[in-house]
Structures are given as structure tokens and as C-alpha cells.
Design a protein around this ligand. Structure first.
Ligand SMILES: [Zn+2]
Length: 97
């Protein structure tokens, strides 16, 4: 999956470099331009791979490039309904402990 993400980032970067194809590399959620000069997922305007069809509902499409969309890190995380939460905050201690 990691290599697919890298390839997808590189594809976006190539599309963005050419004014003719730049619109194809824009964020599919807000249509704003993505910052391809910084590594993926490092700033709010940086690139992330989003899935057009939610991988919770369509797990078989997780590695399908037809399902990939260029997306801002910020837009992707605010969409966020499937953000994994298994890092967890741990068990909450009772307030009186
Ligand atoms: Zn966006």
C-alpha cells in the first residue's frame, strides 16, 4: 500500500507541474491546489490519498487506483469519519482516583 501511495503522490506531482493537467491534481474535495513541494501528509495543504468509495464499505477497493483521489491533508482529515482510533487514549481513570 505504501508504494501505491508514493506512486499516486508522484503522479499528482507530475500532473501539477503541467498547467494543462494541473486541475487533475487538485484536491477532489475543495478543488484547491495541493502543495506537492512538501512530503505527503506533513502540512494542511500537503497531499494525501483519499478513497472516493469509503474503504469501510468497499474494502476491496482499498488498493484500487481507480478509487484513489488526490486530497489535501486537511480536507481528508476533516472528512475523517473512518479515521482509525486504535491508538486509543487508553482506559479513562475514574475522576476520583
Ligand atoms: Zn482540499
Amino acid at each position: 500500500m505504501h508504494a501505491l501511495r508514493d506512486d499516486f503522490f508522484e503522479e499528482g506531482k507530475r500532473l501539477d507541474a503541467d498547467p494543462e493537467t494541473r486541475h487533475e491534481a487538485d484536491c477532489w474535495l475543495c478543488h484547491g491546489r495541493i502543495d506537492y513541494t512538501v512530503p505527503a501528509a506533513t502540512t494542511p495543504d500537503s497531499h494525501t490519498l483519499d478513497h472516493a468509495k469509503d474503504v469501510d464499505t468497499y474494502p476491496e477497493l482499498q488498493e484500487d487506483p481507480d478509487n484513489f483521489r488526490h486530497c489535501h491533508f486537511n480536507c481528508n482529515s476533516s472528512r475523517g469519519k473512518r479515521a482509525p482510533n486504535d491508538q486509543g487514549l487508553g482506559e479513562q481513570m475514574p475522576a476520583w482516583w
